[in-house]
Each structure stands twice: as C-alpha cells, then as structure tokens.
Design a protein around this ligand. Structure first.
Ligand code: TXA
Ligand code: MG
Length: 496
C-alpha cells in the first residue's frame, strides 16, 4: 500500500487534550484511520458505518478479508441502532461488564456492512472503558470499527511503541495514550443462544459468566487443539501472536518444565542457537547459571496472573529485537484470566511439549515400612492441597509383593490413611528413570543408588528417617510424624 503521512500525537488519559482528540475525531468522520488506546490493546479505528473507511483497516493490517471487525460503541442506544435484537442475557452481561473488556456477538442490522462482518449475519460489539477511546467515539459521533492495531499475525500492541513499529506510514493518526492495563484482547462471547459461549477467552472469564447464568460454554475449537474443528470466531483459526523466532511451549509440572527448559536450552546452545526463555518471578533464579547469551524475560508473577497478561505481548515482541532463534516458554495456570494467557501462548507456539505430572518416588530398604508410609502420607497431603502429582515407592532390597508392616498400617490408619493394600516392589532402573524426584529415607540409600545407577544427579535427595522395623508402635508413630514434617519442608521446592 502507499505510504501515508502518519500524525503521531500523545494524550494523557487523565487530562485529555480535547483539541488533539477533536482532530482525531474529524479524521474518523472524514473516512480516515486512527489508532487509539483501549484498556485491552490498541485498536485501529475507522467509521464503522463507512465501508471505504473499513477497507482501509484491512489494508493497513494486511488482514484476511474473512476475519470480521469489532464495532466499538459508548451507549446502549447506539447498540439498538446496530443490532436486530438485544437478548436478555446480553442486557445482563452489559450491565455487569460494560464498559469493559467484553465483546458480544449479535444479529446485525443492514446498517452494518458485510465488509465489517466478513459476510456473516452477526456483528461483534464492544463498549470500551478507556477514557480516550470513549471520548474519541463520542466526538466522532459514530460507532468505530477497530481490530487490534498490529500487523496481522503479530502480537497485539499494548504500547504506542508497538503500534509505531507496525503501523507508521499505514494510518492517518496514532494516539499514544500510554500502556494498556489488561494487555490481552477482550473476551468474545456469543449470547445469541440460550447458553453464553466464549469464542475468545479474555479478562471476563468463564467463571465470571457462570456466576451470572450458572452456565457458560467454551467454543470446542478453543479447548481442543484439533485443527479440524472450525472456530466460531474466525480470528481464532489463524496462527497468531507470533514472534519471529519459533516458540516452544512446555506444559505440565513446573519442576519438570524448568528442568526440560534448562536441558533443551543447553542443547540449543551446543547447536549454536541463540535462546530466549519466558520465565516467571517464581522460576527466574533457576535459570541463573545458563550461558550469558540466553535472553531470559520474566513475564510476571504467578501469584498475580494479571501481571502476566499485561506483559505477555510486550515480552513476545521484545524477542524480535534480541534476535533469538528459539523461545522456550513456561506454561501458566489456566484458571481465570490464565485461560486467556494460555490461549494466546498456545496460538503463538509452533510446538508444544507435554511433560505430564510430576512423579515422586520414595525409596527405603524393604519397601514395607518407611517408603510406603511416605507414599501414603504424601498422597494424603496431595489430595488435601489439590496437587496433581504421581507418588510411588520401592525398596533397594525389597521382595516383590510383600505386605506392609502391621505397625505401619495401624499408625497410618489412625491418620485416616489406608496403606493395607500396598505391595512392596524391588527398585529397578525404569522406576528411577521415570521419576522426576527420588527421595530416599537415609543418605545411605542415596549413596547406594548413586553408585549403582547413572543419571540420578540433580533429581535425588534424602530424608533422615531411621528404620522402625521390628520396633514399637510408638516408634512407628514418631517415624510417621517425622516423614510428614520432611515432606512439608520440601513441598515448596516441588513448585506445584
Ligand atoms: O480487546 C479487543 O477486542 C481489541 C480492542 C481494540 O477492542 N480488538 C480486537 O479485535 O482484538 P480483533 O479484530 O483483533 O479481534 C476480533 C475477534 C476476531 O477473532 C474475530 O474473528 C472475532 O473477534 N469476531 C469479530 N466478529 C465476529 C463475529 N461476528 N462472530 C464471531 N467472531 C467475530
Ligand atoms: Mg487481533
């Protein structure tokens, strides 16, 4: 496309300069394009009722014409003019979440052209909260069609710098209004049926909507990574949010993730590749002793997932300028806004590695007292704390199929834990290989294993629990208490 002379302006959202904003509004009124901030991401706006203006949006983004645009409004009156019907569910949703990071799908009126909806009979509408966005719509006197203001396929822009990188020379004006608070695009929800259905996850979550209606579905195409299921939201079918380098997403236990990322990172370095890592506050220090060339970005704090949402696109984009060849990324809890974070990371990734659950193996001598007790106690703690891990036990000189000692069974029974069905197992190489963490009951056990088997360094540790075999009930009792204490002590390092 021809290069346009883009006017760059800055507006403080807390002290709006109306002279500048009126200039932006007249560009919109006259069929031009203006990039403006919203609370989610920056939008590339044009008059939604002007087909030629909307054409300019597709051209500037290089967007496929089968991917429809979102129409931004500031009042329910305006909504009435654009859609055939406002279902009751939509009224309830609007009451609760508008203005805000929610887009709803409605049956369109004729006033909305097929250019905006990419030929669909439905139109996506959002009422943003950002003051600059709202005032721009008000001063323009028309609804504003606006997709995210990135080049198609790239991560959405969350700062004016991102917008400038992609859009200088492609639009009439760029308004720098600071960084976007949320950092991920709005939730797109279809409310035309009985049960609201999420077509694109965002800050307004499935849990939020369930609280209102009891039920909320998610488009199966978003949950399953099966390419044959066509998403209801056309934008979801494209690979998206992609940095230049290939992104590999590690899924499964965090401890396994960190170990695999470190291992793979070393392998890439050996092959002379420059590596980037997407880490979190909680894991940053584990990557400390990798090569200095590795570019490690902390995306946010796992305890405050909103920080991850806010920074994600900036982190993805920043790898482009550090010229890495491959990016290795951790995964995040997919509850709440985590669902949206994982949706975007999933779309950015060209490869996913499923690591599965953390596997813990307890080892003692005969696998009839200490290690089965440890297995039973840890399973009980895991159940209470909701840890999704696999726990087993074995003995260095065990006889396969022996019963646990009577006292071990009795003592655990009092704690409400049943290990009576346990059968002892003789340790073997496969068990050790499959375990992510091997915990022996004494240092001696650990030494024996290290002498007999290879590749255990870094995943073997020991408690200091003496053998209660053949001793009194009381000795077993205190042994069980010691084991519980030791397990709780190491639980932080498990990163569950
Ligand atoms: O937060 C946001 O939603 C940002 C800001 C600027 O408002 N906008 C945004 O727009 O992310 P865009 O165009 O990048 O994404 C719109 C999504 C696309 O996945 C598109 O396919 C979907 O909404 N969409 C639009 N109209 C639709 C319709 N009628 N039915 C289903 N999906 C639709
Ligand atoms: Mg987009």
């Amino acid at each position: 496309m021809d290069i346009i002379d883009t006017k760059l302006v800055k507006i403080n959202p807390n002290n709006i300069d109306y002279e500048i904003l009126s200039e932006a509004a007249s560009i919109i009124k006259n069929g031009g394009t203006v990039i403006f901030p919203t609370e989610t991401v920056y939008g590339l706006g044009a008059n939604a009722l002007d087909e030629d203006a909307c054409d300019k949006i597709y051209k500037a983004k290089g967007r496929p014409s089968d991917n429809p645009l979102i129409v931004h409004i500031i009042s329910m009156d305006e909504l009435n003019k654009l859609v055939r019907e406002i279902p009751e569910n939509a009224e309830i949703m609007a009451d609760k979440f508008w203005p805000g990071p929610l887009t709803m799908i409605f049956d369109k009126k004729d006033i909305i052209s097929y250019k905006i909806t990419a030929g669909l009979e439905t139109v996506a509408v959002r009422m943003p909260e950002n003051k600059i966005a709202r005032e721009l719509i008000r001063l323009s006197g028309c609804p504003i069609a606006a997709p995210s203001a990135n080049t198609s396929g790239k991560p959405s822009p969350t700062s004016a710098q991102h917008v400038i990188e992609d859009m200088l020379g492609r639009v009439d004006m760029i308004i720098d209004g600071g960084s976007c608070d949320i950092g991920l695009e709005s939730s797109v929800v279809d409310i035309t049926g009985d049960i609201p259905t999420i077509l694109r996850p965002g800050k307004v979550t499935k849990e939020d909507i369930e609280r209102l209606f009891g039920k909320c579905d998610t488009d199966p195409a978003i949950i399953k990574s099966d390419e044959k299921i066509v998403p209801k939201s056309p934008g979801q079918k494209y690979r998206h949010y992609s940095p230049k380098a290939e992104l590999i997403l590690y899924k499964g236990s965090l401890k396994k993730t960190v170990n695999s990322i470190k291992k793979d990172c070393k392998e890439y370095i050996r092959k002379a590749k420059k590596v980037g890592i997407i880490a979190s506050e909680q894991t940053r220090s584990f990557y400390d002793n990798l090569n200095d060339e590795v570019v490690i970005k902390v995306v946010g704090d796992r305890k405050n997932p909103l920080t991850i949402a806010t920074n994600l696109f900036d982190v993805l984009r920043s790898f482009d300028s550090s010229n890495v060849n491959v990016i290795l990324s951790e995964s995040f809890d997919d509850k709440g806004i985590g669902g949206a974070i994982m949706n975007r990371l999933g779309k950015a990734a060209s490869k996913k590695i499923e690591l599965g659950k953390l596997k813990v193996l307890f080892v003692c001598t005969g696998n009839t007292c200490r290690s089965p007790m440890a297995e039973g106690i840890m399973k009980d703690i895991a159940r209470q704390k909701g840890w999704d891990i696999e726990i087993s036990s074995a003995g260095i000189s065990a006889i396969d199929g022996d019963n646990p000692s009577q006292n071990a069974v009795l003592v655990l029974n009092k704690m409400g834990i049943d290990i009576s069905k346990h059968k002892s197992r003789l340790i073997n190489e496969k068990m050790l290989e499959e375990a992510d963490l091997i915990i022996t009951m004494t240092n001696q056990h650990k030494e024996i294993l290290l002498r007999r088997y290879n590749n255990l360094e870094g995943k073997i540790t020991s408690f200091n629990i003496q053998d209660p075999y053949g001793r009194s009930h009381n000795v077993y009792q205190s042994c069980s208490e010691e084991i519980r204490g030791e397990i709780l002590k190491i639980s932080d390092s498990l990163m569950i």
